[in-house]
Design a protein around this ligand. Structure first.
Ligand SMILES: Cc1cc2nc3c(=O)[nH]c(=O)nc-3n(C[C@H](O)[C@H](O)[C@H](O)COP(=O)(O)OP(=O)(O)OC[C@H]3O[C@@H](n4cnc5c(N)ncnc54)[C@H](O)[C@@H]3O)c2cc1C
Length: 361
């Protein structure tokens, strides 16, 4: 394994470098460094990098597009940016098609590709930033569809042994914004490829988020895709223009008793049945608690969607962590509901964020 001690850009595929900023690799645009850093463009290169890190007894952190991360300190060990590429498809019987996508492929391009081919199943997940390899990690979802419903199996590399094998979707522990890749397999596997099973006949899910009303023209795959893209671009900030990581909190799940109690106190409460329980709209809770559009130091709550926290000018995550703590405390005080963060914090912190006690404007 070649190792470069250069502290300057540009980064070079397959080469371990030091002193590389992670600014370009997280959509919150926080400015922290990786102790060691490498881009993996092929499976062979990924294997070599993992073997090198094992040999050096270094921790490994995998990053895709960095759009679901809250980096809050320099990261020790080796940070690998997954850029594995390649897409292939094959016909299955029963009006189904198999689409196998390497983990570093851009997710939205994969959705576009499927739509262009006339393959149904992931069109509601258009414009979600990031890589295909990260999609199973938190089981990405939007407009009533979760990616688990289209996944057949996931290819992984064991980070220690370097063995590569396939895990069936049913064994991945998929749940609401969750999977074993986020939990018990977090440090065990890196996802290298995902196989989807898509449909060649229409099977639209249109009942969420006003999607049905936004479709112009015929009810076609392309028009559903276009409607999703339109709604999302109107509602969510583009991370290339305003740093953010999408929804900052998960929608809380409450039992029927808590739901009834909240509904009595807040008749306009926005909630959806979720199995035997109810899912509350976290954005509504935060908005109603008065946070939409508020700024705190160089960060804030997005003016069009209270679920999204944005970074206007901070280089470190401190202000954002403090704002998060304030929002959580205020929502808990008002509704008795605990908000849970969606983005993954790297590296895991054991200390509480510093609150400078400055005012919210
Ligand atoms: C504007 C905006 C809108 C968004 N909208 C949605 C939405 O509607 N629905 C939704 O579900 N999410 C949404 N997100 C969150 C994010 O886009 C998804 O979670 C996405 O899948 C993250 O992909 P990524 O490649 O950027 O992952 P990263 O942020 O790089 O990584 C996320 C986590 O996955 C791990 N990881 C990444 N790649 C691999 C791999 N190959 N193997 C193992 N672990 C890996 C990382 O270590 C990290 O823990 C949104 C984000 C933004 C910025």
């Amino acid at each position: 394994m070649t190792r470069s001690l250069s502290t300057t850009q540009p980064v070079r595929p397959g080469v371990v470098q030091q002193g590389i900023s992670l600014l370009a690799y997280n959509t919150f645009r926080f400015h922290y460094q990786a102790e060691y850093f490498a881009l993996a463009e092929t499976l062979e290169s990924l294997k070599e990098l993992l073997a090198w890190a094992n040999h050096q007894q270094l921790e490994v952190t995998i990053i895709g597009g960095g759009s679901n991360l809250l980096i809050s300190a320099d990261i020790r060990g080796l940070v690998i940016i997954n850029q594995l590429s390649g897409i292939k498809s094959r016909e299955l019987g029963n009006n189904r098609v198999s689409l196998t996508v390497a983990a570093g492929e851009n997710w939205h391009h994969v959705v576009e590709h499927a739509v262009n081919q006339g393959w149904f199943g992931i069109e509601n997940l258009a414009l979600i930033p990031g890589t295909t390899g990260a999609a199973p990690v938190q089981n990405i979802g939007a407009y009533g569809v979760e990616v688990k419903d289209a996944i057949a199996r996931v290819q992984v590399i064991d980070r220690i042994s370097g063995d590569v094998y396939w895990v069936l979707a049913v064994d991945c522990g998929f749940a609401y914004r969750d999977s074993h890749f986020k939990g018990k397999w977090k440090d065990k596997y890196c996802i290298t490829s995902v196989e989807f099973s898509l449909k060649k006949r229409s099977d639209f899910v249109l009942s969420y988020g006003g999607l049905a009303n936004q479709i112009t023209g015929d009810l076609s795959l392309l028009n559903v895709f276009r409607a999703v893209c339109k709604i999302r671009s109107e509602k969510l900030p583009d991370p290339n223009e305003l740093a953010n990581s999408g929804s900052f909190f998960k929608n809380p799940i409450v039992d029927p008793a808590k739901h009834d109690e909240l509904k009595a106190a807040f008749p306009n409460l926005v909630s959806f049945p979720f199995g035997d329980d109810y899912k509350l709209a976290a954005g509504w809770l935060i908005d109603q608690a008065g946070w939409k559009g508020k700024k705190y130091q160089g960060v804030g709550v997005y003016e069009k969607q209270a679920l999204v926290l944005v970074n206007y000018s901070e280089e470190s995550a401190q202000a954002l962590l403090a704002l998060e703590a304030k929002i959580k405390a205020s929502v808990f005080e008002r509704y008795g509901v605990e908000l849970e963060r969606e983005p993954v914090q790297l590296p895991l912190l054991t200390t509480n964020p510093i609150d400078h006690g400055e005012s919210i404007s």
